[in-house]
Write a protein that binds this ligand. Structure first.
Ligand code: AMP
Ligand code: AMP
Length: 361
């Protein structure tokens, strides 16, 4: 057997009554596997040895494939194996964190749920901003160079994992001071200076709404909302202000977990329209638009302005708060609906209607 590299007929060669749902063992894998099982699919997990314990303790995986490194997903032998098991891959945050967009688009030949073309729009901050602002969303202002800083900004590095290496500054001189401190602490390198993205800091609370865009039903569903629990920023308030000043604390944003949110009901119309508009714009940019889960990363201010600073056009780990249920999934589907299961349900419906080609890339 060899890897079938002809995307257009890949799914044709699959045994349709024996489809498997597969993903990398990390991020939202338990959510995806539980949903797959509840919709009657077999599951395949490509996992690092040290993490296999998760998928042994929670018995949701039919076929556990151990790798040294997630990049092995690109090897012919593993791709052949996944194709022979009729695997449909569900991409999540670890795909984009540990593999390049180019590899995901050009060198991965296992059918994937979602629109691969949108990965290019998601991976590039400028393209993301173009997409979101053309969809009519309010974005924090960006600054081209540190000398332009005239308000509180958050300095971000491309590809930073979990906000590591982000810092705040409110003037050109405070930017230079903080940047040098970050270099001294080993969190940034001198050559990162040109890559730093400077964004207005939106003062408010984090709100991450989770959507599901159904191509089969021509609908965008709101299924849940979370906020993040980040180290060390979420613990800074425990230290008295005088000590904070003394030790010159700089907030860092390493994600540790997620907390479910239910929103003030009058915020829902705007959030629902934002999700619909982002999908509509994606239809223009990369037809047929967003296929499946996506999430907007927003800050809501005290005058109830909603600033969107990022989009993830795939399942986010924040949806793990809904495993079993979330208020919004319950309001729409009743009991026991959540993102992992919603994905599996869409695949099952596409399979029944013989429309798998519409939802896979
Ligand atoms: P990991 O496989 O845990 O290293 O995560 C892969 C990527 O997803 C990293 O960029 C993480 O920052 C992000 N990520 C993982 N878990 C979460 C979470 N619970 N909430 C938000 N982002 C996450
Ligand atoms: P990210 O890695 O982009 O998900 O962001 C990490 C953290 O930085 C999250 O807590 C965000 O809320 C925060 N953050 C990112 N951009 C902004 C912004 N423009 N204004 C306020 N907070 C932000």
């Amino acid at each position: 057997m060899t890897v079938n590299k002809n995307r257009s007929d890949l799914i044709q060669s699959y045994q349709k009554n024996d489809l498997c749902i597969g993903t990398l063992g990390s991020h939202s894998a338990l959510n995806i596997f539980k949903g797959a099982k509840e919709e009657g699919f077999k599951t395949v997990c490509v996992c690092k040895k040290e993490n296999a314990i998760i998928y042994r303790k929670f018995p949701l995986v039919d076929n556990l494939i151990i790798v040294q490194d997630f990049s092995e997903l690109l090897n012919d032998s593993l791709q052949e194996k996944l194709q022979s098991l009729n695997v449909i891959l569900i991409p999540h945050g670890s795909f984009t964190a540990y593999l390049s967009t180019e590899d995901l688009v050009n060198n991965l030949f296992v059918p994937m749920f979602g629109n691969r073309e949108l990965l290019h729009w998601e991976a590039n901050r400028n393209k993301q901003a173009e997409w979101l602002s053309q969809a009519g969303l309010l974005l924090p202002k960006t600054f081209k160079k540190p000398d332009e800083i005239d308000r509180l900004v958050i300095a971000k590095l491309p590809g930073a994992k979990g906000g590591k290496g982000y810092f705040l500054a409110n003037s050109p001189s405070s930017f230079r001071k903080k940047f040098n401190e970050m270099v001294f602490r080993g969190l940034l390198k001198i050559e990162d200076l040109d890559k730093v993205h400077l964004q207005e800091y939106a003062l408010g609370v984090n709100v991450y709404p989770h959507y599901f865009s159904s191509i089969l039903k021509h609908d965008v569903e709101l299924l849940g909302v979370d906020k993040r629990y980040e180290s060390a920023v979420d613990s800074i308030g425990k230290i008295p202000a005088s000590e904070q000043l003394e030790i010159e604390i700089n907030p860092t944003y390493t994600i540790v977990g997620n907390i479910p949110l239910t929103l003030r009901e009058s915020l829902l119309p705007q959030l629902i329209r934002m999700g619909e508009n982002v999908h509509k714009k994606a239809v223009d940019l990369a037809p047929p638009g967003i296929i499946g889960p996506f999430c907007l990363e927003t800050v809501i201010t005290d005058d109830l302005k909603i600033y969107t600073f990022e989009i993830s056009a795939r399942i986010v780990a924040g949806t793990n708060i809904g495993i079993g249920n979330s208020p919004y999934a319950y309001l729409r589907y009743g009991e026991n609906m959540y993102m992992g299961r919603r994905i599996a349900l869409e695949i099952k419906e596409a399979q029944n209607k013989d429309e798998l080609n519409t939802i896979l890339a």
